[in-house]
Write a protein that binds this ligand. Structure first.
Ligand code: GAL
Length: 326
């Protein structure tokens, strides 16, 4: 089957012809299948899961977390309510990780009560399969710190969680407990007072890189990146990437592809409001139009990170991997 041409900012469709809603998410490979997890705010849904073998055809598996999900108390301080009265809570930037020791798939996400952004906490859910009905375990603040935009990252055998803390002024990195159901220790503090969010990490040539955005709500802004020799050590001063609006996107994750011996890092960003965005900071505006911005990350011989401008791309896992068409 020919590979698709994806147009950044336009709605993309699953194999049933429905719009793909997986915002603030990530694409992760478990066994031989890629899973795309992300937010869906429509009806009773919170988190959607799609599956693909070729990164072209995405099958909708299900909304793995909804207002009707099962709950189980694991002792977190936050309650287990998946609705407050008749209002939905907010589950943002969900990421799913697999714990080899327990055989569980565990979701880490940003929790808010649906009324405001004051809870600034982590929501946890788990499941025996990557695309099953996840059980919700409530929410907590890591060591009582605020925790908003977040991500997960596996590094040298440990799993880490990174999130915006201190009213989004700082980013904290935590090492997770062995079962991935809690934080074991806070191991680093990044960009103190610099107000960065939307963190996404990847490794390249023995360095670890982080992409972030500035804090302007749903409005896009200039991306900033940094790198370090080790997740635990000092990180370089932030440098710009992309253009003034990061090509009208905000980072959410990086997909690492290896095709015919060629390593590629694919930027996955949200284009909140899709191509219909009208320049205003409307809360949850045009959510149904929200789309994505995928592009190639390049790192030159001096370690400079370049995010390429891209209107259209293809992904061909048999030969060239990610290619920019236009
Ligand atoms: C953004 C954040 C999104 C969402 C939004 C709400 O800055 O990255 O995940 O929380 O603010 O205004």
């Amino acid at each position: 089957m020919a590979n698709k041409i994806f147009k950044n900012g336009e709605n993309w469709f699953d194999t049933d012809g429905n719009i793909i809603h997986a915002h603030g998410g990530h694409i992760v490979k478990f066994n031989d299948t890629y899973y795309w997890y992300g937010e869906n705010r429509i009806d009773n849904a919170y988190v959607n899961c799609y599956a693909s073998k070729d990164l072209n055809n995405w099958e909708f598996r299900k909304s793995i977390l909804t207002t009707d999900s099962k709950v189980k108390d694991l002792g977190f301080e936050g309650n287990l309510a998946l609705k407050i009265g008749d209002k939905k809570i907010n589950i943002e930037r969900p990421k799913v990780i697999y714990n080899k020791k327990t055989g569980k798939y565990i979701m880490w996400a940003h929790y808010e009560n649906g009324l405001n952004y004051n809870e600034a906490a982590i929501a946890i859910a788990s499941c025996d399969t990557p695309d099953g009905n996840f059980t919700y375990h409530g929410y907590f603040r890591p060591f009582s710190y605020m925790s908003r935009d977040c991500n997960v990252f596996e590094y040298e055998g440990n799993m880490y969680f990174i999130s915006a803390s201190n009213e989004n002024k700082d980013l904290h990195i935590y090492r997770l407990t062995d079962d991935y159901l809690g934080v074991a220790e806070r191991v680093n503090l990044l960009f103190e007072g610099e107000s960065r969010e939307a963190p996404a990490l990847f490794t390249h040539n023995e360095k670890i890189y982080i992409l972030t955005s500035a804090c302007t709500g749903w409005r896009p802004n200039r991306g900033g990146y940094s790198f370090s020799d080790n997740i635990l050590s000092k990180w370089a001063k932030l440098r710009d990437f992309g253009d003034d609006t990061t090509y009208h996107s905000q980072p959410t994750s990086v997909l690492n592809l290896s095709v015919n011996g060629k390593e590629q890092h694919i930027y996955i960003g949200d284009r909140w409001g899709g191509n219909q965005w009208d320049g205003h900071n409307r809360k949850c505006f045009a959510y149904e139009n929200s789309s994505y911005y995928f592009s190639l990350i390049e790192i030159d011989e001096n370690g400079k990170l370049i995010l390429k401008e891209c209107d259209e791309f293809t992904i061909d896992l048999d030969s060239n991997g990610f290619e920019i068409v236009k």
